[in-house]
Ligand binder design. Structure first.
Ligand SMILES: CC(C)(COP(=O)(O)OP(=O)(O)OC[C@H]1O[C@@H](n2cnc3c(N)ncnc32)[C@H](O)[C@@H]1OP(=O)(O)O)[C@@H](O)C(=O)NCCC(=O)NCCS
Length: 159
């Protein structure tokens, strides 16, 4: 199915929160998405949404500080996963960050999140370190893997 990308707006916050709640055990609130999507002075984050037939089916949220981007969140509607959308969203987000001056992109991922780890590694991210016991995980804690990708001189074209 053909998808398109566009910048998210505050009006997308409810939809993004619903997608996030369907895939994450600790989802962001609607207010957090609204804050990330609202362009204002001092707001360093933005989001891209992926649409299929005008229905929002995924998103990526990025913050950009000077030349360093951080992928804060990325998710695809569970019914639409494993069709290339996550990879395309990631590439579109990296391309926008690069066009805005980012030379590097950082992210954190749960150690148990195989899907995301495989996607990031296949997209050129490498492991920088481990933040022990970073994420809550039921009654215990789970490590965060810290990954990054250089954006210097690379072409991150949307698929
Ligand atoms: C991570 C996520 C965004 C990937 O979205 P997606 O649309 O399914 O990803 P794609 O179809 O583009 O897959 C790209 C590649 O990632 C890897 N991948 C994706 N899902 C996978 C899975 N369940 N198991 C193993 N590898 C997987 C594969 O290498 C895949 O390529 P392939 O299908 O050619 O083998 C999606 O699984 C998701 O929304 N997860 C929940 C939210 C989340 O964990 N976000 C990351 C937080 S750090």
């Amino acid at each position: 199915m053909t998808h398109t990308f566009r910048p998210a707006a505050a009006a997308d916050a409810q939809t993004l929160a619903a997608i996030d709640a369907s895939v994450n055990i600790h989802p962001w609130s609607e207010a957090q998405f609204a804050a990330a999507c609202t362009a204002s002075e001092g707001n360093l984050s933005w989001a891209l949404v992926a649409e299929e037939k005008a229905v929002v089916v995924g998103f990526a949220v990025v913050s950009l500080v000077l030349d360093e981007a951080t992928l804060l969140s990325i998710a695809v509607d569970p019914q639409r996963q494993r069709r290339g959308l996550g990879r395309a969203l990631l590439l579109a987000a990296l391309a926008r960050a690069q066009s805005e001056g980012a030379l590097r992109c950082l992210l954190e991922v749960r150690e148990s999140n195989t899907a995301a780890r495989v996607l990031y590694t296949a997209s050129g991210f490498t492991l920088d370190g481990v933040r022990k016991n970073y994420y809550p995980c039921g009654d215990t804690r789970e490590d965060a893997l810290l990954m990054s990708k250089s954006l210097k001189g690379t072409a991150n074209e949307c698929a």
